[in-house]
Design a protein around this ligand. Structure first.
Ligand SMILES: Cc1cc2nc3c(=O)[nH]c(=O)nc-3n(C[C@H](O)[C@H](O)[C@H](O)COP(=O)(O)OP(=O)(O)OC[C@H]3O[C@@H](n4cnc5c(N)ncnc54)[C@H](O)[C@@H]3O)c2cc1C
Length: 415
């Protein structure tokens, strides 16, 4: 395996385009949403920005070429995620959440399913939403655990030519869509055989809008991502055609795991993006602020060392996360392990680095007038979502290392 990553001319141009779009459009999201009360109203105010993002073709740039989009691999996704997330987490999370919602189609869908479900997301118009519905009230870290664990509680039962879904989900991005009639596509993790072991009894079903039976329960009021809507909702007798199973009946956990492995590497990249924003601010502050002293505070060794330590962690997170993306593109045997390391390291570095940069800036960083307080709030989601680092990610590495024949060198390709 090569650890060298050289951006192609097309990827350099993607980097330029995403940076310009972030500067021209996404910088305005915070100002347009900050003073709005309530998570739903704040999220609705981001719709015009999301529409611009779709019209500029950035959803297409996240969809693989083989499915009709323009994405050539995970490095493209890393370029886009770092540039967007360093400027705005809210609209960017709506985009990434939609791409996660599409992963079961992209990774496991038949050509017929791809042709049926992808068109709204390939068109450069509107504000299409897909949403991956895995998390459930009462917890979902043990969705693959055998009885007597509850595992996945949402049930789908066959009724003639349809699956009938009943259950509850939470922390799901905008499942009812912008207008309450449903997201364009929901990919719902369901138990399709209550008597089978989870690795054979869980499936992912595609639900298209508009559909009766999606019932709103609660808009989560999160610490960060204040203008990205996460929702608790119910599926009451939601009917989908029998052919809407993605990846085959009973393969749901495998498809979910493959989806979360790809996003794990990207969460590391999101950590880099948000640390980059915090570092840029703290560096400028340190070079310009004297705080009543005779020299800018960067002249003090303690401040210089803190900035140096922060930068080391940012660069290390970037190398690890981008290497994980490249390993996934190369289908390297150690790709999944690298992706989990990237998720854990990039997300936890983000919280640590922003906290230490707040100490560089000092007390004024505690006021939302400056950006660091908000960035810390936003960064806190990174170790918690996409499978919490404690319950899922660390456990996945633990299971891998317990495997007979596990070779620690496989992760970098040196085995
Ligand atoms: C902005 C945002 C976007 C999100 N997007 C989505 C989405 O698109 N789709 C979706 O379905 N969800 C989404 N979520 C929800 C989120 O990704 C998951 O619900 C969350 O990651 C579940 O992880 P958890 O480990 O905290 O689970 P829980 O089941 O709540 O576990 C809680 C805690 O229990 C402990 N624990 C449980 N089991 C074990 C174990 N076996 N070993 C060790 N410790 C254990 C751990 O300490 C763990 O942290 C989103 C959330 C947010 C905030």
């Amino acid at each position: 395996m090569s650890i060298e990553i050289t951006l192609t001319p097309a990827q350099k141009s993607l980097q330029r385009e995403t940076r310009e779009f972030a500067r021209d459009v996404l910088t305005k999201v915070a100002g347009a949403t900050r003073d709005i009360v309530g998570p739903e109203a704040r999220a609705m105010a981001t719709k015009p920005f999301y529409e611009q993002l779709i019209a500029a073709g950035f959803m297409r740039k996240c969809i693989p070429v083989e499915a009709g989009g323009e994405c050539t691999g995970m490095i493209d996704a890393a370029v886009l995620c770092e540039e967007f997330y360093s400027v705005d987490v809210n609209v960017t999370t709506t985009l990434i959440g939609s791409v996660l919602g599409l992963y079961p189609v992209l990774l496991a869908g038949t050509p017929g399913q791809i042709a049926e479900f992808m068109p709204p997301f390939l068109a450069k118009k509107g504000a299409p939403l897909a949403t991956f519905c895995s998390s459930e009230p009462g917890g979902s870290a043990n969705s693959g655990a055998p009885a007597p664990a509850e595992g996945v509680r949402t049930q789908a039962k066959l009724d003639g030519g349809h699956w009938v879904i009943n259950g509850r989900k939470q922390w799901v991005p905008t499942p009812l869509g912008w207008d309450g009639k449903g997201a364009d596509l929901l990919t719902v993790v369901c138990r399709t055989d209550p008597d089978a072991a989870p690795e054979h009894g869980v499936s992912i079903l595609a639900v298209q809008r508009p559909t009766p039976g999606l019932v709103f329960e609660h808009a989560h009021d999160g610490l960060g991502n204040r203008s990205h809507l996460s929702t608790r909702f119910r599926l009451d007798n939601v009917r989908v055609p029998v052919g809407n199973v993605l990846g085959g009946v009973g393969n749901g956990l495998k498809v979910a795991e493959a989806s979360f492995t790809a996003t794990a590497a990207l969460v590391g990249v999101l950590g880099v993006g948000i640390m980059r924003a915090a570092f840029d601010f703290a560096l400028k502050f340190a070079k310009t602020e004297k705080r009543g002293g005779a020299v800018p505070i960067i002249e003090h060794q303690a401040v210089g060392y803190a900035l140096a330590d922060a930068k080391t962690l940012i660069e290390a997170s970037r190398y690890l996360s981008w290497a994980a993306c490249k390993a996934l593109d190369d289908k390297a045997p150690g790709a999944a392990e690298l992706a989990f390391h990237a998720k854990i390291y990039g997300s936890e570095c983000a919280v640590k680095v922003i906290t230490s940069l707040m100490m560089v800036v000092g007390i004024d960083s505690y006021d939302h007038e400056l950006p660091l307080a908000g960035l810390l709030q936003d960064a806190m989601v990174l170790p918690l979502f996409d499978g919490g680092n404690m319950g899922v990610r660390r456990r996945q590495l633990h299971s891998l290392m317990k495997t007979e024949g596990y070779d620690p060198l496989t992760a970098w390709g040196g085995a």
